[in-house]
Design a protein around this ligand. Sequence first.
Ligand code: SF4
Length: 315
Amino acid sequence: MSRTNLLWLQAGSCSGDTMSLLCADDPSWPELVSQYNLDIIWQPSLSSRPVSALLQDVDAILADEKSLNILCIEGSLALGPNNTGMFDTINNRPKAFMIKELADKADYVVAVGTCSAYGGVPASPPNPTECTGMQSFKGAAKGLLDEHWVSNKGLPVINISGCPVHPNVIIQTITSLLEGYPPELNALNQPKEHYSTMVHQGCTRNEYHEYDIEEDEFGKEGCLFYNLGCQGPYTMATCNSQLWNKQSSKTRAGVPCIGCVSPDFPRNAPLFKTDKVGDIPVSLPLGVSRARYMAYKDLANDAAPVRIIERRVKP
Ligand code: SF4
């Protein structure tokens, strides 16, 4: 019986998702590979084979001489200049178009990280390299693959976004494919299991948020929403429920969530400042009525318990 194989290619990437993968410990990447007898055709930080051997395998897959079960893509796809893809090549072959051909041969395609899922940092304005995501550009069509594209097994590109994506999300997504139970996807083609709860849920600063104890500097104890641009109340990710290194997250360390799993990341605005009209943030926590927000803030402020009231930032 043939072994399940996996090909991991990097396009326009900082390697952050590979670094994240190497931090996985529940199980670790070597444990997963061994448990499922996974055949890794190539992984840029783990393969010792020469690039010529990788290209031989790529050509065999494209010629239908070799199967491809799981294709993982890390990094943004550079289509420039002028849709030639020549800004990012491998052996003088445009990587983006090689990846597009490979996707058509794969059982499953996984976009690992926000750059591959939606374009991410390299696709930010003015985007001189014409970067885009695998099947989405900042949440809209115009990805490398068209919006109706599906893999051999009938799934769109599975977007496990994050900058970087949490190691457990990579491992658990690949495990579900190896087990033959592909993840259920939401409207952004992310596995629902990992992208259905807000970063705000599970944040240790929730009590401060409730009682309007807001910080204006990093590293202190209060909530980071009102002054420091925290995106936790509208970012769907598991950062505060599956902790990083099993012990921390941005908000636990006193740094605002910057919404790195979101299609529009990085948002075209200062990352550590809350945009407001008057005293009211432009974006309110999901489901909160704009008309009632200030009334709620005033009431919460008055109701703050003495034990945390000294934490309030003085104007
Ligand atoms: S710091 Fe951010 S995630 Fe934490 S309670 Fe405040 S708004 Fe929510």
